[in-house]
Design a protein around this ligand. Sequence first.
Ligand SMILES: [Zn+2]
Ligand SMILES: [Zn+2]
Length: 281
Amino acid sequence: MLVTSFRDPGVLPRRLDPNPEVEPRDNASFDLDVSEGRPKDLIISMNRVDDGGVPELGLNVDIITRWCTTCRIYRPPRCSHCRSCDNCIMNLDHHCVFLNTCIGRRNYTSFYGMLCHMLAMCFMGLAGCVLHLYYLAVPSDPNAKSGIVYALKTTPASIAFFWLILMWLIPAGCLWIYHTFLLLQNRSTVEQIRLDGSRELYDMPKGNGGCFGNFTLLSRFAMCSEKIRSWFVPEDFAPPIAGSAQKGREARRKRTPFQYANPLRNALVVLGRPTPSSSIT
Ligand SMILES: [Zn+2]
Ligand SMILES: [Zn+2]
């Protein structure tokens, strides 16, 4: 927990691209930060790590690298800007409010290790409480006092700890299951949220209301939900998926250029990926 909390999650240095390519000024929108217009998002081409023998996936992929107006850099793939830390973080997973730090490339492995340890400690604690009660209720000495009522009266703390640990185990276990699920797919929490969003929110009709076109209220709701999504979900890496819910499901099945077909390999790649040296001096 201390390692995760105090280690640099992978903050990218600022002002790496002082002179970005700019788009001509658009009358409809203005950007106070850049007087001459909006910096262009660049499209870079990269190779998939593994096409898994699926020809339609293709080996070359175009990825949009977005310009970060705060850090004044082109964000590398899978990098996002954290609003709480106000930094671009390499392989941002999420900002952890409990550890008060981002979980990114340089501390994800220790974060997952922390989750595993937490789960193991919960099970050890539960087993300890149960065994304590069991040996008091069923003692090896036949002349000693016994029975579940006697055990409960002797050690009410065991019951209290049992429930406390159980209450802690439920959220901790869910978090462990969620991160294991993400690990096996080499997907970060940010990417997963974006994917969920693209199915449920981004696919909502734009402008004219699409299939909700006849119901003004519904189309307004759709546009509003898209706006709300843009507050929470950073827009980079995964290009927006326009179209139907069917397309969202297709995108779910389609592997990103960083994913291997083998889930175990994905987990090993994420947990064992090299951590670049910190740029914080
Ligand atoms: Zn940034
Ligand atoms: Zn953060």
